[in-house]
Design a protein around this ligand. Structure first.
Ligand SMILES: Cc1cc2nc3c(=O)[nH]c(=O)nc-3n(C[C@H](O)[C@H](O)[C@H](O)COP(=O)(O)O)c2cc1C
Length: 194
């Protein structure tokens, strides 16, 4: 199985440090053998959930990518200790599509963004997804110079996140798909999987 990793970026800023960190993490995942896609909500904005009955082109595109993915990396700026509204709005569109898949987290913050990452973890747990037990914090002003990472510890953590997400993501997804097909009726996948 070649694991498919979808990165979702929720900053609306043109030069976003969380988006930059995500891009690096996705490229690392590719080097680890993953197929990757990047959903940048700044370029592919979704309407507020339930604000339209029409399936817009962007909704269709995002849904196709979400269904395609075996694992995700979610990247958000820290807004008032929370994830960006655009990220929450993205998550509101889905739940069963997240079940049995592994999620990694990146947050751009001046304060590590732990509460923002915890909120994403809570939302994913509510949708029966698995979460990496750690996240990666980015401080845009301190960690980047001319668009390049200067903080080597951050570089190393992004490498670790991509490595762990591809390795554990593949194991979790494989088991979930195997359980779905098996005749074990009382499994997590049988309850929540599609
Ligand atoms: C509305 C708003 C709320 C913010 N709240 C916080 C906050 O609570 N804690 C913090 O450290 N930074 C806060 N910030 C700063 C952003 O998290 C920070 O600039 C981040 O690096 C932006 O990420 P980006 O480069 O990916 O857009 C806030 C910024 C905005 C615009």
């Amino acid at each position: 199985m070649t694991i498919k990793v979808l990165g979702v970026s929720s900053s609306m800023r043109e030069f976003s440090s969380s988006a930059k960190g995500l891009e690096i993490a996705l490229n690392n995942a590719k080097e680890n053998g993953a197929e990757i896609q990047f959903l940048n909500l700044q370029k592919t904005p979704l309407p507020m959930f339930y604000s339209t009955t029409e399936k817009t082109e962007n909704i269709r595109k995002a849904t196709e990518m979400v269904k395609w993915a075996d694992a995700f990396i979610l990247a958000t700026p820290d807004y008032h200790g929370s994830m960006a509204g655009s990220m929450k709005n993205f998550l509101d569109y889905y739940w069963s599509e997240f079940a049995g898949k592994l999620f990694g987290y990146i947050c751009a913050s001046h304060e590590k963004g732990l509460t923002a990452m915890d909120q994403m973890r809570t939302a994913i747990r509510q949708c029966y997804g698995w979460s990496m037990p750690y996240g990666v914090s980015i401080n845009g002003e301190e960690d980047f110079e001319n668009g390049e990472i200067k903080n080597l510890q951050l570089k190393s953590r992004l490498t670790m996140l991509s490595r762990d997400l591809t390795v554990y993501g593949e194991i979790i997804r494989n088991q979930f798909l195997q359980d779905l097909k098996s005749d074990v009726s009382n499994s997590f996948s049988k309850h929540y999987g599609k």
